[in-house]
Design a protein around this ligand. Structure first.
Ligand SMILES: [Zn+2]
Length: 210
């Protein structure tokens, strides 16, 4: 399939009526979507003249099907993301170029435009896809990023001195200089064995021992 030529022809304006509702103004547009078959894939293309409302409807339909059927397979995952982005770019320029078709009727426009992609069942698949990408990104980013999550000023927390600044750290992952023995209202309330104290906020002080 020659994708370049179909994208190229989308740029030229043709004064045909909308292929779906028959109104004007319309413009030629092309949308693509991937169908992932794990070890193979298929590309579906729409090309035709559409008005603003029907263009939006076809665009949403393609994005929805692309999300639901597209990403199943390694190459398919990337092809799906590529088509999602590409269709979005084409849809944006399409919307910019065209005015609302005439005669216009708010009820009809709503029907032709269809539901937003995220409100369709495939929207959930998009969430899952993004979740998958975020999780696999986090898994690759290393252990260091996980440390601050556990590090709070609380009794038993481990503390590292960095110059004159004391920072709570995760006890498991890093060597530490001190441990928080108490969290009290003022340093005078720290036990006698306290070696250092740190003002955590206006109301609390952490007492530290080696
Ligand atoms: Zn139309």
């Amino acid at each position: 399939m020659d994708l370049d030529s179909s994208f190229g022809s989308a740029a030229r304006a043709i004064s045909n009526p909308c292929n779906v509702c028959g109104r004007f103004p319309s413009r030629t547009v092309a949308f693509h979507r991937n169908v992932g078959l794990v070890f193979a894939r298929r590309i579906h293309t729409f090309q035709g003249d559409l008005c603003r409302s029907c263009g939006r409807g076809v665009y949403r339909d393609f994005q929805h099907r692309n999300i639901a059927l597209g990403p199943w397979g390694l190459i398919s995952l990337f092809a799906t993301l590529y088509y999602l982005a590409n269709n979005a770019i084409h849809a944006a320029s399409f919307r910019r170029d065209l005015d609302t078709p005439q005669p216009s009727d708010p009820e009809l426009e709503r029907k032709l435009q269809g539901r937003p992609v995220l409100l369709r069942p495939g929207g959930l698949a998009l969430m899952a896809l993004l979740g998958f990408l975020v999780v696999s990104g986090m898994m690759n980013s290393g252990k260091a990023d996980n440390a601050p999550e556990e590090a709070h000023w609380r009794v038993g927390a481990c503390v590292v001195f960095d110059g004159s600044v004391a920072n709570p750290v995760s006890c498991g992952s890093t060597e530490h200089d001190a441990t928080v023995t108490r969290i009290v209202a003022s340093e005078t309330a720290c036990p006698d064995t306290t070696e250092w104290w740190v003002e955590v906020d206006d109301q609390s002080v952490a007492c530290l021992e080696e």
